[in-house]
Design a protein around this ligand. Structure first.
Ligand SMILES: Cc1cc2nc3c(=O)[nH]c(=O)nc-3n(C[C@H](O)[C@H](O)[C@H](O)COP(=O)(O)O)c2cc1C
Length: 179
């Protein structure tokens, strides 16, 4: 199973990227996961959407070829970061690579809310892209108070990892049954 992951933070020491790397390593028997580069995408411009840069073409091809998409994002100002919205806007146009694609979400925040407002916004945005969203009940990876849960660049909190094992296992089943 081939999964691509989009991280909504381009910060070098991003905790959300650290979560992506934790998932990539911990579930390598379940799926082959690639982290996509959103930093090299230009600002979305409708004038360019039919003849976009190589970075856009490569990004969209990787999404199109994947069995599923995992989006891991921080919350910025009660919503999603602009860099992530930019990537979503590219994916929403022309060849519309997200239609029918199995998707699930995760997020890390320093505060107690664990990105819930960003994830609710993101679900609303992705509805417009006609994705195949994993049902959220019992499957929301919302990691708050993150500073005590990460060590040496990885998620290390045992209770959170155990919870995530269940969600990621159910996501793999969801992707398999969507084929
Ligand atoms: C512009 C900006 C807006 C933010 N807004 C929120 C917010 O609305 N809710 C929240 O929980 N954290 C907010 N934060 C804090 C982020 O959750 C925190 O910086 C987080 O570590 C960013 O994710 P990253 O480590 O993956 O870069 C904000 C941070 C920035 C830089």
């Amino acid at each position: 199973m081939k999964i691509v992951t989009i991280v909504g933070s381009i910060r070098k020491d991003s905790l959300n990227k650290q979560l992506a790397l934790t998932i990539q390593e911990r579930y390598k028997e379940l799926f082959d996961m690639e982290l996509l580069d959103i930093q090299s995408l230009p600002f979305y411009n409708e004038d360019e959407e039919n003849d976009p840069s190589q970075a856009v073409l490569e990004f969209k091809k990787k999404v199109a070829d994947a069995d599923a998409v995992l989006i891991i994002t921080p919350e910025y100002n009660w919503s999603i970061p602009g860099v992530l919205k930019n990537a979503i806007d590219w994916m929403s146009r022309v060849d519309k690579v997200m239609i029918g694609k199995p998707v699930t979400l995760a997020g890390v925040a320093g505060g107690p809310m664990g990105t819930i407002r960003a994830q609710l916004h993101l679900r609303q945005i992705l509805t417009g892209l006609q994705v195949n969203m994993m049902p959220p009940a019992g499957n929301e990876i919302l990691i708050g108070l993150a500073n005590s849960k990460f060590n040496s660049g990885r998620l290390t909190d045992e209770a959170t990892l155990t919870f995530m094992d269940g969600v990621i296992g159910r996501f793999a089943d969801f992707v398999s049954s969507s084929k």
